[in-house]
Ligand binder design. Structure first.
Ligand code: IMP
Ligand code: MG
Length: 189
């Protein structure tokens, strides 16, 4: 390999990091989506639900989940990010894209990729709760309990993970690896 190519590969590795073995397979995630989809279908029997996907990490999980909910399902999206490191502990989240639809009197289910500190979720639940929805529930693909800073839990979880940085199935490291059809970990930055 030419020196230039080696440099390019190294640069890419620096940006993308390296990843480990498959931790949760596509089949396991699909089975979990069927299980949770069935549970949501039963919990909201005969009602309409609005799935609010949190961009961008929740996109893959929400797509799989919604196929398994046998109700009148509407979808919408929000994008948010934490305000700088100094305000992070306050749980103040910046909304980069708000909902396009009205959620008054609606059954809202926030769909997240992972609950880590819980700060995003705490903020979003209150933010959406102020718009008069019938209820605000949360469905997260992953739970990382070791990262929790606030006492908040999702109503539906797919899997529990340890104190590791997770990528794949929508979750990214520097925007890479979202397309992996399985869950794995970042092994080096
Ligand atoms: P929070 O700390 O619970 O507010 O998590 C906020 C967001 O951080 C999540 O929605 C994810 O997008 C991201 N995040 C937290 N942990 C991980 C991880 O292990 N891998 C990738 N993204 C993560
Ligand atoms: Mg996120």
């Amino acid at each position: 390999m030419s020196e230039e190519k080696v440099m390019a590969a190294k640069a890419k590795e620096h940006i993308q990091g390296t990843i480990g073995e498959v931790m949760i397979t596509e089949e396991e995630i699909e089975a979990k989506a069927r299980e949770i989809g069935k549970k949501i279908t039963e919990d909201f029997a005969g009602e309409e639900v609005v799935l609010v996907g949190i961009l961008r990490g929740a996109v893959v999980w929400m797509t799989e989940l919604m196929k398994n909910i046998d109700l009148d399902v509407k979808i919408d999206f929000m994008a948010c990010s934490s305000y700088g490191a100094s305000t992070k502990t306050s749980g103040v989240v910046k909304i980069n894209k708000d909902l396009d639809s009205d959620i008054e009197d609606k059954n809202v289910i926030i769909v997240e990729d992972i609950v880590d500190s819980g700060l995003t979720l705490e903020y979003l639940k209150e933010y959406l709760g102020n718009r008069g929805p019938k209820c605000v529930k949360v469905c997260a693909l992953l739970d990382k309990p070791s990262g929790r800073k606030v006492d908040i839990e999702a109503d539906y979880y797919g899997f529990t993970v340890g104190d590791q940085f997770i990528v794949g199935y929508g979750l990214d490291y520097n925007q890479s690896y979202r397309q992996l059809p399985y869950i794995t970990v970042l092994t080096s930055e």
